[in-house]
Design a protein around this ligand. Structure first.
Ligand code: HEM
Length: 535
């Protein structure tokens, strides 16, 4: 055997060993380790549907979803007029999550299921959630790596995704920017954008024969504009471009067919869309970086005199930070996070409220009366919002029935003990908020009825368990933007209710489904009538 042959044999052996090593590590990390975790959960008493490699339970989920859609097609869409309350059923859990509703029947409110090669513990029991959260500090909860990767273009390492000591630092620095004084300073931006939208509605109604408007899209666009203005400003150089690109990235992710949890699925199922989203994400990062760097430069030139615009970015830059500072890269991710965590959720709380008010005109009247008492002929301002109490009940009830954030996810970064059960490190956790918000055992027999008055004397709406109502999450990681949202909700809804009365269009099809968040899949067409003659 000459030297070349020996070298070739060694090389072939090395390549074969390398391939074997890759196969072994893939099997260990994708199958053996998760499988061991699954077995451990089972031994601990958390059972669930049998997973199959590499899709886990995804196939069952898709099948049950298809079956549900077919059934709906025969029932919901055959109605000639869905405008009556009877035809708009709020019992949405089996519609939005048919698989969870089905599995609950077999395995109870806590069980184990798999997204691809990722094991999840499903929780719809607030007592279990309470016990589980008790010993876990906000900083000890992780966010599932699988979602971090999937939504990288949207959140990067922003507050929603960051963990551990980094999360503590980010939350500490960002919280003051959301103080009520700062948030109040943003109210005029909200009024300005909402008034522009309503002027257009009035114009559309005036100039067309059919006074019908598809309000879901309008409200989402409006909320996008508001959040971009309040986060990083869009009247400055590149601001508008960032807003357009952020919308594009959302649409791209939204349209791509993603089997989250299945190895390489992003690139196998929708390679083009995944690459498009990544490229858009890079473009947004570089545009935001230019905005941030130019604001920092100006700040330096002005010797740190507080001349920053009064948006969230301005407040983070102007802060006297004995708490520490965020790097430009961190700020890029936070601006994206505010946009994605803040605009669709707020828009959906408004959209679902409009649906509920359209089928309950008596509540439109009650809210108009309240607005008349509190706001009168003046312009609405933040000091009045606390007195719009009934509107607060309606907001809570809408978020109970149609929670814009339908679930909360975690990943255990250490073993978590709940009574005799141990949830092993690395297990993902899926808290089904929609299920808890629609649980008869927690809310009573009228659980699926629209009754805002249940929030009259109780901030958890009479729910039998404090952790059964979680529209803004729970514990230390509760939503940082809730003051901002409540203000935007009350301002926009007040402006709508003072200008229009509305009912559901006969073209409306009630079909709530999860598309990242809980949305009316066929939009929300409303028939609007101006309450006074617009000049
Ligand atoms: C109706 C409107 C909103 C709803 C329903 C909502 C819901 C939630 C929920 C459920 C969480 C907890 C997520 C978790 O624990 O994993 C959360 C966290 C968060 N929200 Fe909101 N949100 C809304 C509006 C906003 C707005 C307007 C902003 C910002 C401008 C915002 C920014 C955030 C951020 C940054 C977090 C992460 C907090 C942390 O982990 O420390 N949200 N939100």
């Amino acid at each position: 055997m000459d030297f070349v042959q020996i070298f070739q044999s060694i090389l072939s052996f090395a390549i074969a060993a390398f391939i074997l090593l890759i196969i072994c590590s893939i099997s260990i990390s994708w199958w053996i380790l998760p499988n061991l975790a699954h077995k451990r959960l089972r031994k601990n008493g958390i059972s669930g549907p049998e997973p199959r490699f590499p899709l886990g339970n995804l196939n069952d989920m898709v099948t049950m979803m298809k079956k549900r859609v077919n059934n709906d097609d025969k029932t919901l869409t055959s109605s000639s007029s869905p405008t009556s309350t009877a035809l708009v059923s709020h019992n949405i859990h089996p519609v939005a999550f048919p698989y969870f509703a089905q599995w609950q029947k077999s395995y109870g409110k806590v069980f184990n299921y798999w997204l691809g090669t990722e094991p999840f513990v499903y929780i719809a029991d607030p007592e279990f959630l309470k016990k589980m959260s008790r010993g876990v500090m906000g900083k000890s909860w992780g966010k599932p790596n699988v979602f971090k990767n999937d939504r990288k273009a949207m959140f990067g390492k922003g507050l929603v995704m960051v963990e551990g000591d980094d999360w503590v630092r980010h939350r500490h620095i960002i919280s003051p920017a959301f103080s009520s004084t700062n948030v109040k300073a943003m109210s005029s931006l909200m009024k300005e954008s909402a008034t522009k939208m309503l002027d257009q509605w009035a114009e559309t109604i005036r100039s067309s024969e059919k006074p019908e408007i598809e309000v879901e899209k309008e409200i989402i666009d409006n909320a996008g504009e508001i959040i971009a203005k309040t986060s990083f400003g869009i009247s400055y150089e590149n601001g508008q471009k960032v807003l357009e690109k952020l919308r594009e990235v959302q649409m791209t992710l939204f349209k791509s067919n993603r089997y989250v949890g299945v190895p390489f699925s992003k690139y196998l199922m929708s390679p083009k869309k995944s690459i498009e989203a990544k490229n858009l994400g890079d473009e947004i990062d570089s545009l935001l970086l230019t905005i941030i760097e130019s604001r920092k430069k100006k700040q330096l030139e002005n010797n740190f005199v507080d001349d920053q615009p009064k948006d969230l970015l301005g407040m983070l830059l102007a802060q006297d930070n004995n708490k520490g500072t965020l790097s430009s890269r961190d700020l890029v991710d936070e601006c994206k996070t505010f946009f994605f965590a803040g605009h669709e959720t707020t828009a959906l709380s408004l959209t679902w409220s409009l649906l509920l008010l359209a089928v309950h005109p008596e509540w439109q009247d009650k809210l108009r009366e309240e607005i008349k008492e509190v706001v009168g002929d003046q312009e609405i301002d933040p000091s009045m919002l606390g007195r719009l109490r009934k509107m607060g009940w309606v907001m809570n009830e809408a978020m109970r029935l149609y929670s814009p954030a339908p679930n909360v996810q975690r990943q255990a970064r250490s073993d978590i003990r709940v009574d005799d059960i141990v949830i092993p490190t690395g297990t993902n956790i899926w808290v089904d908020v929609v299920s808890m918000h629609h649980d008869k055992e927690l809310w009573g027999d009228d659980v699926n009825e629209f009754k805002p008055e249940r929030f009259q004397d109780d901030i958890t709406g009479g729910c039998k368990h404090k952790m059964g109502f979680l529209p803004f999450g729970f514990g230390g990681r509760m939503c940082i933007g809730r003051n901002l949202t409540i203000m935007e909700y009350k301002i926009v809804l007040t402006l709508i209710l003072t200008r229009f009365s509305f009912s559901l269009s006969p073209n409306y099809c009630h079909s709530p489904a999860i598309m990242l968040s809980l949305r009316p899949t066929q939009g929300l067409p409303l028939v609007l009538r101006p309450l006074y003659v617009e000049k």
